[in-house]
Every structure is written in structure tokens, then in C-alpha cells.
Design a protein around this ligand. Sequence first.
Ligand SMILES: Nc1ncnc2c1ncn2[C@@H]1O[C@H](COP(=O)(O)OP(=O)(O)OP(=O)(O)O)[C@@H](O)[C@H]1O
Length: 626
Amino acid sequence: MMNGRLMPRSCSSSTASFHGGGGGGGYASRSTTPSRNRGDYPLSQTPVSYPSAEDQQVGEPVDDAPRSGDSISVTIRFRPLSEREYQRGDEIAWYADGDKIVRNEYNPMTAYAFDRVFGPNTITEEVYEVAARPVVKAAMEGINGTVFAYGVTSSGKTHTMHGDQNSPGIIPLAIKDVFSIIQDTPGREFLLRVSYLEIYNEVINDLLDPTGQNLRVREDAQGTYVEGIKEEVVLSPGHALSFIAAGEEHRHVGSNNFNLFSSRSHTIFTLMIESSAHGDEYDGVIFSQLNLIDLAGSESSKTETTGLRRKEGSYINKSLLTLGTVIGKLSEGKASHVPYRDSKLTRLLQSSLSGHGHVSLICTITPASSNLEETHNTLKFASRAKRVEIYASRNRIIDEKSLIKKYQREISSLREELDQFKRGMLLEEGQVKMQSRLEEEEEAKAALMSRIQRLTKLILVSSKNTIPGYLGDTPSHQRSHSASEDDKLDVLRDGSLKLDGENQKDSSTSALTIPSDAYHFKHRRSSSKWNDDISQAGSTITETTQVGELISGSSCASKLPIDEVTLSDHMDLLVEQVKMLAGEIAFGTSTLKRLVEQSMNDPESSKTQEIIFGILFYLHSSLSYC
Ligand SMILES: Nc1ncnc2c1ncn2[C@@H]1O[C@H](COP(=O)(O)OP(=O)(O)OP(=O)(O)O)[C@@H](O)[C@H]1O
């Protein structure tokens, strides 16, 4: 029921290029109206059925009437005809007429205008630039943001939000961008946390904590929230992606007769961003939330599912219907009752939809004539959403409740304590001390330094930061993790993951060397280009974060004199280390499962077997390391 996304999706990349990359080729020869801008679709000659006159009215391009507020950004993304649709003789029913209009092939009067329409050959990076980047950027500046993909089953929502190895989706692209923005903002300190949940059959489950089932939605002055959801501090793009990967293991996925790996739940990945200016520039803490949502797809009776799938489908349809009603009410702009409480999805999206932040809706559609009506419904939904007004503004500055402030305060009081401690030690210099007293003092000093060090590293700063004295008393070798000076986790360009420095000599840490292919598969929805980029972004940020140490914790500790690090410090590092390894192992295991499935379908593939072998080796090594 779960998992299984990598294989078919990487297999389907050949399907995608077969259709999407078709260009003029064989398909173009079917075209009857080549003058129109329809991307590379095969064009239909035979009308199937015309939309009704009523639809045509609804379907007029959206008006450009001035609005007092801003509106939801609505973009449409076509996917190419699938091989299955093509083989069953589907025709093009809808097409992109330029980059703002979707037009009906059979009735050209039926057309809808949007902020942007992406044809079937558009790559996700382009969609990201237009539909998500501004929201991500604003979120980094303190304005809440929500990006969600909406569309019928198999229209390309997960492809858009998560992507695959060849085409990273909005979520990995956003994560990468967030870290680049931190790197480009030397004047501020950031603290990032993530949570990941699914709404399955109207039940909220925590994807980062399998014991967090059936969680409740609560409300406070800031809006709705999920009680008891696990939030993890993240230190690098790879770290954040490893949480998503581990979470994906628990997501409900199953096949219907349109999509072998259909999402059976809505998922919400949330990035909580706190930031504040350094030192004298300090002007309070800004907090914002970025929600990246992959909805389950609506299903028609044609989906022909039975039993469990039908039950899931009815929950999915019901919550999407409520979303439609909520959007409809909001688009009317009247102060009428908006039924947010009728579904968990709308309840959780309440503050986003009621206008307190940027909202970007990406509607994914198929051009296929067999989905003519479903696509039309998506377009009507998108058109209504366009009329919803929002008034996005920077969040109130929070100070007292912020985690970054808590850490900053703790760091400065620990530093003070350390200073006093050192002064005390100096004053007593010259006195003959008991050996045990000396040891105690050294231990206490090391504990203080270690705590300062660990807290400091949870706060992300650009490596371009040159503020002197920022590191206080922390010795530079403990703070900086450049390859030359210190042990660090280095994600190499060729995709292999290994520790350098002393760790290479250490048999326990060498267990963390991951075979190159396995590492690419580790990010199952990531392309190698993406991995390269992550490694770059990750390595710059790593200099000021703890990620390398989280994995190579024992080696980091071993740099300090043995008695300078307390047992509890060791334990903390080990816990973090185990968490990371558990994520890696979950990832490796699921990849393995899919590869085994693939190798059963294609026993000849020696490449697959090679990769399986690599992953087995990696899992074995990780387990021995644990
Ligand atoms: N823009 C695209 N280009 C190429 N292939 C695509 C595109 N969009 C989707 N696909 C392919 O179509 C198939 C279905 O896509 P996907 O699983 O993303 O649909 P979905 O809307 O998430 O479906 P569901 O709601 O059932 O989960 C996948 O094989 C995917 O790789």
C-alpha cells in the first residue's frame, strides 16, 4: 500500500520523455491546427463533445477588474498525454493558448485565463520560478505562504510537488532556495523547523512520528495548528530532505486504475522560519510558515475502484468538495459563513485561505479528451480561486515565544556563565588546587562550551558572515567545519557521501561512506543535478551548522579531550546521530524494495542489481555503525 514511488516514476520518465519530448515528431503529424500554440500535443480532428452554453459563460477569461487586495496566484500546468491515454486513442481536449489561456479544442469560445499557463513540456524549475519562488522568498521575509497542487488523479500533482530524480519538484527546490537565501542574507540568523503530516480518511497522521496518529486540530490567536505534531530543527537541505524521505515511508499510497502510485492522502510539509538580525541590528524575531501541499487527486466514477480504494476516494472527494465550497464562498467576497470546519484540510488551511499570507495554487491538468469534464471542473475551481482576495502582510514580530530567541538567550547566559567561571579560575590561579577540583572545573567548563557550541549550531548563518566575535569563546576548530580544519560530512559532487579528516581512519565512521548510486537513490525524487546543488548549498551552510557533526558526532567529540565532554553531551549527539541514521536506513530500505520490484520486472538489468548491491552494502554498514 505504501511506498513504491521511485521505480515507476523513474520508469515513467521514459514515458514522459516519449510524450513530452515528442516535439514535432510523430504526434505533430496528427495536428490539424499547427498554427496554434499547443506545445507538442497531438491535436484532435474529431470533436468529442462540446461543453454546454452554461460552461461557456463560466469559461470566459477572468476579468481584470481592479481589486482592493491581492489575489491567490493561480497557475495551470499541463502534463503530456500519457502513453496509456495515447494508446487508447485519447485526443487533445484542452490546450495552452499562449502562456495565460487554457482553451477548449472543441469549442474555442470556452477559455480561461490565469496568471500563467504552462504547457506539457515545461520543466518544474520553470513552474517553481513563477508559482513558488516569490512565495518562498516572502516567507523568508516573514510573510506566511502556501503552495498547493490541485487536480484529478494522475494529473501530475506529486510530479510537480515532489518530482523525481530527473525533475526535482517544488518541495526540494524550495528547500534548496531557502538555504541559498540564508547564505545570501549575512545580516540575519535563522532557525528552521519542519513538520510533515498527512490527512488520510479525515485523520491527521504525523509523518515524522509514526506514533503520532489521529492528531487533533486546535486553534489559538495565531490560527489553527495540529496538537502534538513533531517539529524537527533542520540544518541543511539534505537534512530537511531526509525528513521528507523518512516521512514518505509512512504516507498512504496505492494504485487506482489511473495511477499505479496514487496518493491516497493529502500531505502538508511545513517549514517554520524564525529569523532575527545580528547584534546591534536586532529588531525582534520574525516568524513565518511555509506550507507545501500535495493534495490527493479527486476521482470520478471512472476510477473503478473497489473496497478500501473507494472508501479513500470518497474521503478525498468529500474534502476536495469542501475545499471547492470554501473557495467558492471566499470568491463571492461576502461575509457569509465559510464552512472551514467541514473538513480537516480546510480547517488546517483556514488561516492561509482566509487571506493571511501568500497563496499559490498550481492546478495540474491532463489534455486528454477522456478527462474533458474533470479538467473542466479543475479549470472552474481554479477560476473561482483566482477571485479570492488575500491581504498578505508580514507577521507580527514575536520575541518571547520564539525558539531562536530562547536559544540566543541561553547562549548568551551560558557565555556569561563561562566568562565568570573563567574569571573565577584566573583569580584562583597560583593557589594549589586539588587534582579532583581541577578536573571538576575543567569538566564544568567543557560542558558549558559544548552546550554553547551545540545551541549555536542550530542557528543558521550565512558563511559570508564576518561579524567579529560572533563565535565568542568557542574555539574556532570547534565552530568551523571547513574540510581542511575539521571533520565534516561532505556530500561529494559525484554523489558519494563520506567523511574526511580523521574519520577516514576511523573504521566506525567509514561505515558512513555511501556508494554513489545509492546516494542518488537516497534522494529518490532528486536528479543528480539536484544532488550537486544540494551538496554545494549544503556544504556552505554546513560551515555554520551542526549537520556534519550530527552524523560524525563521535568524531567531533573525539576532538575534545575525553573528559571535556560530558556523558549527556555524548548522549545528545548520539540521539541526533541515530535519528539521522534511522532516516537514512528507512530511505535505503524503501529504495531497496522498489529496486527489487523493478529487478523482478527486468531481471536483465545489471545496473539495477549493481545499485541494489550498493544499497545493501550501505544498509549493512549503517547498521553495523548503529
Ligand atoms: N508534467 C509532467 N511531465 C511528465 N510526466 C508527468 C508530468 N506530470 C505527471 N507526470 C507523470 O504522470 C504520472 C502521474 O503523475 P502523479 O503521480 O504526479 O499524479 P497525481 O496527480 O499526483 O496523482 P494522484 O492524485 O493519483 O496521486 C506519473 O507517472 C508522472 O511521472
